[in-house]
Design a protein around this ligand. Structure first.
Ligand code: ASP
Length: 306
């Protein structure tokens, strides 16, 4: 069935200050340009979400790839998932420290492994064996984040810094796409939360939590405080509302209500079905988002009932 392509991306949901808006909007627009180049050449949704996410992993504005938040030990530890709505194939990596673009490794797992998920050294080994160059962890660490961690750890000791307040940045990135063949896909990539314990895995790379795609329901990518999102398996919860006949726009908003009311969580979600209907919602003051269709391109930092 021929469809008109649609691409939706996000770059984190939090109380983003005014002076960071421009970089975020530029970042999501660059990501959309990369994803759209795939879709306009009649490429697959799966390739489009991968390319869009790679651009945001490479952009230090976001908490993904180089420039991510540091864990308690001062290291970058990355998680990513990509999922194909046509086949339900998925690939995920967790707690990787030597990959510039974890979504590329996730894609290799999806395409070339009978398994779905690899963690830590095993994930890096799989990536290297499949032609992905490993880097040193120090190459992923930037001065801004060393300073942010130092400030947080100093403040946390004496002032009870609330890591999970919406003011703490959640700059995870994600994309959902519909291609001309009527297939949808989703990808999410993150450095996780600031000062996380080494080995802590958030929602982003877990199937159904931070990312999900099924042609029969929807493709979804979330961002925000990971632990509450995981408890609700929120991406799948949202997709299920859509397969039950609800519009993605309603389901996205309802997911944010559920997150808030059931577990006092905060974050954001993008969701898209195979009919090209989409939803973008957040319960944080802002979320970087972008939308591209054949008819229009939009990007911003506020959407829905924020
Ligand atoms: N959800 C991510 C995590 O908890 C963080 C984020 O969205 O920025 O790992």
């Amino acid at each position: 069935m021929a469809s008109n392509p649609v691409l939706v991306v996000h770059g984190g949901a939090w109380a983003m200050p005014d002076d960071m808006v421009e970089a975020h909007v530029r970042g999501v627009r660059n990501a959309m340009a990369a994803g759209w180049r795939v879709l306009e050449r009649e490429g697959a949704a799966l390739d489009a979400v991968e390319e869009a996410v790679v651009v945001m992993e490479d952009d230090e504005t976001f908490d993904a790839g180089r420039g991510s938040f540091l864990n308690r030990d001062g290291k970058v530890q990355l998680d990513a998932l990509i999922m194909d709505g046509a086949t339900l194939r998925a690939g995920g990596v967790g707690c990787v420290e030597r990959l510039r673009n974890p979504v590329r490794a996730a894609r290799k797992i999806l395409s070339e492994s009978p398994h779905v998920y690899f963690v830590a050294e095993g994930a890096e080994r799989f990536a290297a064996e499949h032609g992905i160059e490993l880097c040193r962890n120090e190459e992923l660490v930037i001065a801004r984040e060393v300073e942010r961690l130092r400030e947080y750890q100093t403040d946390a000791a004496g002032h009870g810094n609330d890591l999970f307040a919406p003011a703490i940045s959640h700059d995870t990135v994600g994309a959902v796409a519909l291609d001309g063949d009527g297939n949808i896909a989703a990808a999410t990539s993150t450095g996780g939360t600031l000062n996380k314990a080494p080995g802590r895995l958030g929602d982003s790379s877990l199937i159904g939590c931070g990312c999900y795609a099924d042609n029969l329901s929807a493709a979804a990518s979330t961002t925000g405080w990971g632990e509450p999102i995981m408890k609700l398996v929120l991406a799948k919860w949202t997709a299920d509302r859509i397969s039950a006949g609800n519009l993605p726009e309603w389901a996205a908003q309802e997911a944010m209500n559920y997150l808030q009311q059931r577990v006092n969580g905060h974050g954001g979600i993008i969701v898209l079905n195979a009919a090209g209907q989409f939803g973008i919602a957040h319960n944080t003051p802002r979320m970087a988002w972008g939308l591209k269709t054949v008819a229009k391109e939009e990007a911003g930092v506020e959407r829905g009932a924020a």
